[in-house]
Design a binder for this molecule. Structure first.
Ligand SMILES: Cc1cc2nc3c(=O)[nH]c(=O)nc-3n(C[C@H](O)[C@H](O)[C@H](O)COP(=O)(O)OP(=O)(O)OC[C@H]3O[C@@H](n4cnc5c(N)ncnc54)[C@H](O)[C@@H]3O)c2cc1C
Length: 511
């Protein structure tokens, strides 16, 4: 097995996918994670005896997972039950307005027409066409590229792609780009919110992020057993292919010999020698020296942090309002939320509330207590020495968030034992060096998309995967980054000499 030993630090989506694909190619893979189970941010917590998905809940871009599983000789449907959701998301405003977006584009068009009039519905159609065009333009030259640069991307885009982006006004921010599409401020708010999927402000994110709306309109699925089952499935397949998992194993140092990654040192002193290392934690930890001084060179200094969150995992009954699976409750001063978070570094006084009703959306309506995840955006300051978020601030934010739900008509009054709160400080503890930022660096400014490191780090033998590296955050993107890291690793000359390139079905290929 000389030259074939790989250590993956982190069993988040990126790390799991890398490990699975590399084991499939015959490499000897060990995954170490400080946590006690797979998934990283794809977390499940027990509240009042019920398992609650307490990380990602919106599952999109299923095709990425189909491609990964095809590459290891199986099918997603064979390993997991996923169901398309007819309603993508239900949106509420305090004055009683309500809008559903549907998987069926015509149904969404009709809903927008009923909500905001036929002219706005036509503008919605035009917006969808442009978002589709932006997505199609960037998928190959940017999203699937191992490490895109501005120059390379311009070359790959070709005249057609460049004209799509110039029509968009690439230097515009998402908010201004949406103002050109919509007259109804509620729709600008609704589609501006997609910037937060990258942990960013709609006022600072580039207009190209409208492609996230397109990704969601292409379909949202629920996973039987919860999102956590997706991580469990990847870990199971990896294990079947020989991957060794070490839980509760924190990596303290990535070791270098002669300037090349040569293994890891675990907390407690154990050394795991390796020929190659993939780091799946946040690159801020590498850049900040948490993995040792030598490994610092593996990541450039990182830009401004993305959003953190204050979440409530809840097991309690609801009444008064018919929830769907994904529910968004808007307040009427949207700009203040991002000014509070990004300019003032404080919890929003007027937060938007996302509520995932995890037992809904697939035909079964909960009878009594139901499983919920409530989330509001928060500044990533969970590592500030004097905690800027006191218990009082957290309580205040919770009261404001639950008041908004009540004003929108939802009756939700969990008892203390029915709620588990997770704060930016908790996220910082789980994901070191982040301050609780959940999406790597913020995608602010039109060049920021190129600021994320690619799979190949500057340190030979050290590769990067996860939501803080290219192509960015989110379950499918982090999974894709794991695929890109595995492909970059397999492309190293020492391995390609012995292993012939293979093309795999499902659009994924490994050198
Ligand atoms: C509350 C919340 C809601 C979200 N909502 C959505 C959503 O609806 N849809 C969506 O697509 N995405 C969502 N996301 C984002 C998505 O979950 C992440 O982008 C993605 O899961 C990140 O995967 P990753 O590969 O970066 O690994 P991570 O999940 O960041 O995991 C990294 C792993 O590395 C381990 N690790 C780090 N350092 C070390 C070390 N030194 N030694 C050992 N182990 C280490 C950690 O313990 C962790 O397990 C959400 C995230 C959160 C937290």
């Amino acid at each position: 097995m000389a030259d074939r030993r790989v250590v993956v630090v982190g069993a988040g989506m990126g790390g799991l996918v890398s490990a699975l694909l590399l084991a499939q190619r015959g490499l000897s893979v060990t995954v170490v994670d400080a946590a006690t189970e797979p998934g990283g941010k794809v977390r499940r917590v027990m509240v009042d005896g019920a398992p609650i998905d307490s990380g990602p809940t919106v599952f999109t871009m299923k095709w990425i997972f189909e491609g990964i599983l095809a590459a290891v000789g199986t099918r997603l449907e064979q390993e997991l039950t996923v169901r398309p959701l007819p309603v993508l998301a239900r949106h509420f405003w305090e004055n009683g307005d309500r809008l559903d977006l549907f998987a069926d584009p015509q149904a969404s068009h009709d809903a927008v027409a009923a909500f905001a009039g036929p002219a706005e519905a036509q503008r919605f159609r035009d917006f969808c066409a442009q978002a589709r065009e932006v997505y199609d333009t960037l998928e190959g030259p940017f999203i699937r590229s191992t490490s895109p640069t501005m120059g390379r991307m311009v070359g790959d885009l070709g005249l057609r792609g460049l004209s799509v982006l110039s029509r968009l006004g690439p230097m515009k921010n998402l908010w201004d780009a949406l103002a050109r599409h919509f007259r109804d401020p509620r729709l600008q708010q609704l589609f501006g919110r997609y910037a937060t999927y990258c942990g960013s402000s709609p006022w600072e994110a580039p207009a190209t992020l409208m492609l996230i709306a397109q990704v969601e309109m292409d379909g949202v699925w629920s996973v039987d057993g919860g999102m956590h089952a997706l991580a469990g499935m990847l870990a199971r397949l990896a294990q079947q292919r020989g991957v060794t998992f070490r839980w509760g194993a924190r990596c303290e140092r990535i070791e270098l010999t002669g300037g090349r990654a040569s293994g890891v040192l675990l907390q407690g002193g154990e050394r795991l020698p390796a020929d190659r290392v993939i780091f799946n934690g946040d690159v801020a930890a590498l850049a900040g020296g948490l993995l040792g001084d030598a490994a610092r060179a593996g990541a450039p200094a990182v830009g401004p942090r993305s959003l953190s969150a204050l979440t409530w995992s809840i097991h309690a009954p609801t009444s008064g309002l018919t929830l769907d699976r994904h529910n968004v409750f808007f307040q009427d001063d949207y700009a203040s939320e991002f000014e509070d978070i990004f300019q003032r570094g404080r919890l929003p006084r007027r937060p938007t509330v996302y509520l995932c009703a995890q037992d809904r959306g697939t035909g079964h309506e909960p009878q009594q207590a139901e499983r919920l995840l409530g989330l509001v955006n928060a500044p990533a300051r969970g590592d500030a020495p004097a905690d800027p978020q006191t218990d009082e601030d957290l309580e205040q934010c919770q009261t404001t968030a639950f008041d908004l739900l009540r004003r929108c008509g939802l009756n939700l009054q969990p008892q203390p034992h029915q709620v588990l709160r997770t704060t930016p400080r908790d996220f910082h503890r789980l994901f070191p060096a982040t301050g609780g930022a959940l999406y790597g660096q913020a995608t602010h400014g039109w060049m920021s998309a190129f600021a994320r490191p690619g799979s190949n780090s500057p340190v030979p033998g050290l590769y990067l995967a996860g939501g803080s590296v290219h192509p960015g955050p989110g379950v499918p993107m982090a999974a894709l980054s794991g695929h890109l890291a595995a492909a970059a690793l397999m492309a190293s000359p020492a391995l390609t000499k012995r292993l012939h390139p293979v093309a795999t079905s499902g659009g994924m290929s490994m050198p």
